[in-house]
Design a protein around this ligand. Structure first.
Ligand SMILES: C[S@@+](CC[C@H](N)C(=O)[O-])C[C@H]1O[C@@H](n2cnc3c(N)ncnc32)[C@H](O)[C@@H]1O
Length: 254
């Protein structure tokens, strides 16, 4: 028999989702009431009707986990998180240092990607943000992978030999020299910045240091709406989130 799920998503026909913890005997479901947790365990993939409400009971994806984090700070875009993981080659067993835990949304994606054999160390200057990040990571049952540290990523951190270092802070260029020390040879640097000025300063600093393959991108995701009468891009505006800057640390340059 499969291990019981600790969380499920209740999906409504409208697309609305409710993440529900099943780690106690009874659970409270917003605007529905209190039900026994094991009622939902037996219903994965099935329709569940209570009163006049109908849900499909789903296993949460990492996207569901990220979208439902309780927010203390602006979180990483769900279109940007996979691009960070892919471009930094983050994989099971990796060691990743993150600067700017915020609400822990990116921390969740990193912890999920490195898995139980990997490790994520995340820093924030503000204890209340770190607490929120810890709560969100714990709720997703990934806390065993993550170490939460108070500290200023611009002043250098003690970790060494990291496979990747990812920054979501206002002035990432201030942490570039520190990143060169933290990363293993050929390790991946990434920063996430809402403004072009931040990208310019970060790229200029990377160029002066021992980094190669420096590039910046913006990920644009446009949903396609499929109707019988016609399929077209969604009319929703393409909102801006941030620019991603990537680089790789080397020991020698050209
Ligand atoms: C936009 S939030 C990060 C959001 C996070 N990526 C997420 O997905 O939830 C930026 C965070 O960086 C932290 N921060 C700012 N400067 C920092 C620094 N120099 N070192 C460490 N953390 C810093 C802030 O306190 C804030 O929590």
């Amino acid at each position: 028999m499969n291990a019981p799920f600790e969380r499920v998503v209740l999906l409504e026909a409208s697309g609305a989702k409710h993440l529900v913890n099943l780690d106690r005997e009874t659970v409270k479901i917003p605007s529905v009431g209190v039900v026994r947790a094991d009622t939902l365990q037996g219903l994965l993939g099935r329709r569940w009707t209570i009163g006049d409400r109908t849900f499909l009971v789903m296993v949460p994806s990492i996207r569901d986990e990220i979208e439902s984090v309780r927010r203390e700070a602006q979180i990483i875009g769900t279109k940007d998180a996979p691009a960070l993981l892919w471009n930094c080659d983050v994989k099971p067993g990796d060691f990743v240092v993150e600067i700017g835990a915020g609400s822990g949304a990116l921390t969740l994606a990193l912890a999920h990607a490195v898995g139980s054999k990997g490790r994520v160390v995340t820093y924030d200057v503000r204890p209340e943000f770190l607490d929120r990040a810890r709560d969100n990571v714990t709720a997703a049952d990934l806390e065993g992978v993550v170490e939460f540290k108070i500290g200023d990523g611009r002043k250098g951190v003690v970790e060494r030999g990291a496979d990747a270092m990812i920054l979501d802070i206002p002035d990432p260029w201030e942490a570039v020299d520190g990143a060169a020390t933290v990363l293993r040879p050929c390790g991946h640097f990434a920063s996430y910045s809402p403004n072009m000025e931040q990208v310019n300063r970060t790229v200029a600093t990377l160029r002066k240091s021992t980094f190669v393959e420096i590039r910046s991108v913006e990920i644009i995701e446009r949903e396609i709406v499929a109707h019988e009468a016609g399929t077209h891009p969604s009319f929703a505006p393409l909102g801006h989130t941030g620019y991603l800057t990537f680089a790789r640390k080397v020991l020698d340059t050209f």
